[in-house]
Design a protein around this ligand. Structure first.
Ligand code: SIN
Length: 483
């Protein structure tokens, strides 16, 4: 199946060893496209995972003392190995996660780009020399790694959400314990295998596989030796992580749920807006935190926009991710399917119109038809909840003031999108939107060079970009007196 069979790992990676759980327990990893078992991996308990924290703590002493140039060299080796194994990594990802193989290959390149970016940034973790307040003192602000980092990562981007956290952590001298989603541990283990080949010392990077997300999560958030938690996942779990980290006052970064408004003004380039909506909405079958969730279209162009987007939506090819022609793979699991089905049927009951799709695809399982629902109102669950499926929900608006108010009327604030050709509006509206990221005339905002993160209940902290490195650095003030 894989060109390099060795990338299919069936043990966890702790302190440079491939280990099983003390209990001997394992859990199965299945293919969401056909429900078949791919393999099984160890179901580590909190005590097993604590050994990974111990290994990371031990390794920290040596790793932080390496030069930035040395750490950059290791990261670059890892980067090159990831790209050299792009095909195998993408196949593993598609098999366990379901996304179309072309998207999986894109994600591997996206994942590698964070490693490259932070390998370069490693050399630029500058501190400051501060003009002193009295003549006989000198003041320095030193940048130092926070220590052991726990990276808790989701199933929707099994590679990129790991490298976006782990690469900056390693670059500045932290060591890491990765807890991947129980739905997608194989990509994480394959990345660890390549990190091993790249030559990272034992304990610097560890991967703990577990079904006991609550137990291991509680251990990680409360363990005194874990100094930083970086979590991507739901807002519900993010709040638990934040509360759990409070007792030992850890640094915390959270990348949580969203409810992205996608706003199309009547002065927009309509075709570009439709293309942008397809790109933002149907990526990963709608299972990204930054997917357009509420498509708000100004009244005068709403029908034309809806007709065009409906046509494109209905032409999307649904199928197993391994088929080259697939554009929409299966949803991750039954509960994702149930949520999408519930949101569509409750919207329909409340008066929305299904223009295309609207039900489980004829392939069965967790395949869902690419769908478009119009006539959506603010009271509907589909407007206020994160859909996380291939469903466009269209609502109309009259004025700029109204759409800004409605777009901001949510506890979430991750991504928003605005399509307009009015240059003043293109400044004004993004400034008024309470979101961490705003795309103007584009549906694609993700890149390692731009800060990624949300406001309000969508999270705290930023990933990627030069800001993403600060999350793993402490600032230490050194005041030298008696000069
Ligand atoms: C996410 O859905 O959490 C990440 C999406 C991205 O990086 O574009």
């Amino acid at each position: 199946m894989l060109a390099v069979e060795d990338l299919l790992r069936d043990n966890a990676f702790v302190n440079g060893h491939w280990v099983s759980a003390d209990s001997g327990n394992r859990f199965e990893v299945t293919n969401p496209a056909d429900g078949k078992t791919l393999t099984s991996v160890p179901d580590l308990g909190p005590d097993d995972a604590a050994q990974a924290v111990e290994a990371a703590r031990e390794a920290f002493g040596g790793w932080k003392k390496q030069t930035a140039g040395h750490r950059a060299k290791m990261l670059n080796r890892w980067h090159d190995l990831i790209l050299a194994n792009e095909k195998d990594l993408a196949l593993l990802m598609t098999l366990e996660q379901g996304k179309p193989i072309r998207e999986a290959r894109g994600e591997i390149r996206y994942a590698a780009s964070f490693v490259r970016w932070f390998a370069e940034e490693a050399r630029r973790a500058y501190g400051d020399v501060i003009p002193p307040h009295v003549a006989d003192k000198r003041i320095l602000a030193l940048k130092q790694p926070v220590g052991v980092v726990a990276a808790i990562t989701p199933w929707n981007f099994p590679a990129a959400m790991i490298t976006r956290k782990v690469a900056p952590a390693l670059a500045v001298g932290c060591t890491v314990v990765i807890k991947p989603s129980e739905w997608t541990p194989l990509t994480a283990l394959a990345l660890a295998r390549l990190a091993e080949d790249a030559g990272f010392p034992s304990g610097v990077l560890n991967v703990v596989t577990t079904m006991d997300a609550a137990g291991v999560g509680t251990m990680l958030t409360s363990h005194p030796d874990v100094r930083k938690i970086s979590f991507t996942g739901s807002t519900r779990v993010g709040k638990l992580v934040l509360a759990g980290a409070a007792n030992t006052v850890k640094r915390v970064s959270l990348e949580l749920g969203g409810n992205a408004p996608f706003i199309v003004f009547d002065d927009a380039d309509l075709e570009a807006a439709v293309e942008g909506a397809v790109a933002s909405k149907y990526r990963n079958a709608g299972q990204t935190c930054v997917c357009a969730n509420r498509i708000l279209v100004q009244e005068g162009i709403a029908e034309e926009f809806t007709v065009r987007l409906t046509a494109k939506t209905s032409r999307l090819t649904v199928g197993p991710g391994v088929d080259d022609s697939s554009q929409i793979g299966p949803l991750i699991n039954e509960s994702a399917l149930e949520k999408v089905t519930r949101l569509i049927s409750s919207a329909q009951e409340a008066g929305a119109t299904i223009r295309t799709g609207g039900k489980v695809h004829e392939l069965g399982g967790t395949f869902f038809e690419p769908s478009l629902v119009s006539g959506v109102t603010d009271e509907m669950d589909i407007f206020s909840e994160e859909i996380f499926g291939p469903v466009s929900a269209i609502s109309t608006f009259k004025t700029e003031e109204e759409v800004i108010r409605r777009a901001n009327d949510t506890p979430f604030g991750l991504a928003a999108y605005v399509f307009t050709r009015d240059y003043a509006r293109a400044w004004r509206v993004p400034e008024a939107l309470e979101y961490g990221m705003v795309g103007v005339n584009t549906g694609m905002i993700s890149t390692p060079v731009a800060p990624f993160g949300g406001v309000k209940q969508s999270g705290m902290g930023r990933e990627g970009s030069r800001y993403g490195m600060d999350e793993f650095l402490e600032t230490k003030t050194v005041t030298i007196g008696g000069l």
